[in-house]
Design a protein around this ligand. Structure first.
Ligand SMILES: NC(=O)c1ccc[n+]([C@@H]2O[C@H](COP(=O)([O-])OP(=O)(O)OC[C@H]3O[C@@H](n4cnc5c(N)ncnc54)[C@H](OP(=O)(O)O)[C@@H]3O)[C@@H](O)[C@H]2O)c1
Length: 249
């Protein structure tokens, strides 16, 4: 309890799904939380309201993480509200599934823009703060970077790039006391997978059959691990990709 008291976290894409679950857990652990969203202001407001109803501190800030000016404004607003941002969770991500022969340049720009450039821009803004003490970045990757499922080539490629950025950034930022890790999330029941019609489909049934713990992940499954990685209890862990997937790999 209260392992993150007096800490400030930016969680990207926190209006929905896994990001909303992570934001709630960080707030319960005592962190001030900046709930970033791209388009759904009402959903972000609901996440903020649920945190403040429990006595936590949170604000919502709109920013498209693939746009450098938006990211600069996200960090300006966060610092204005709470001071230095010492926890960053790069959760904002987009995915679509198609055979490699059907992947378009538009798909590429969208997924590389949010998943890879977005991760890079937010880590740059975070590391650009010159008043940080011990600090933590957790990037949200996918177990697909280990299982390499068909029809996920572009998405898995972007998250493999996120894994690489995680390990390199961990080495570059270690001397400043900034740890950088990733979680490799498993197939989960989220707003995003519902919107794409995956939940309830034959593919979802197939996915469950391949998950040793026998169910899809839920948004609530990830916050405890991210809270741990962001806390002093994980002070000796950096550059790791932690599989949080019910055993899916
Ligand atoms: N669901 C899974 O099965 C699964 C498995 C492994 C890994 N993951 C990863 O987990 C993360 C969350 O997935 P999810 O399924 O929870 O997603 P989700 O339900 O679709 O929610 C995605 C959130 O990200 C925001 N977002 C998207 N693009 C953004 C951008 N450019 N800038 C800022 N915010 C942006 C959305 O904001 P708006 O709605 O406001 O636009 C939304 O709040 C992603 O990185 C995903 O790749 C998911």
């Amino acid at each position: 309890m209260n392992t993150l008291q007096n800490r400030t976290a930016v969680v990207t894409g926190a209006a929905k799904g896994i990001g909303a679950g992570i934001a709630a857990h960080l707030a319960t652990a005592g962190a001030n939380v900046v709930v970033n969203y791209r388009s759904d202001e009402a959903a972000a407001a609901r996440v903020v309201a649920s945190i403040t109803a429990l006595g936590g501190q949170a604000i919502a800030v709109r920013a498209d993480v693939s746009q450098a000016a938006d990211v600069a404004e996200l960090f300006r607003a966060a610092r204005h509200a709470f001071g230095p941002v010492d926890i960053l969770v790069n959760n904002a991500g987009v995915y679509s599934f198609a055979p490699l022969t059907a992947v378009s340049a538009g798909d590429f720009e969208q997924q590389v823009g949010t998943n890879v450039l977005g991760t890079l821009l937010t880590m740059q803004a975070f590391a650009g703060q010159d008043d940080l003490g011990p600090a933590s970045i957790v990037n949200v990757s996918t177990a697909g970077t280990m299982s390499h499922p068909p029809y996920a080539g572009l998405y898995v490629a972007t998250k493999s790039a996120v894994n690489a950025l995680t390990v390199v950034a961990a080495k570059e930022l270690a001397a400043r006391g900034i740890r950088v890790n990733a979680i490799a999330a498993g197939v989960s029941d989220t707003d995003g997978t519902r919107a794409m019609g995956f939940i309830g489909s034959a593919q979802a049934q197939q996915a469950v059959a391949e998950i040793p713990l026998g169910r899809l992940g839920a948004p609530d499954d990830y916050g405890p691990v991210v809270t741990f990685l962001s806390s002093d209890a994980a002070r000796w862990i950096t550059g790791d990709i932690v599989l949080v997937s019910g055993g899916q790999r």
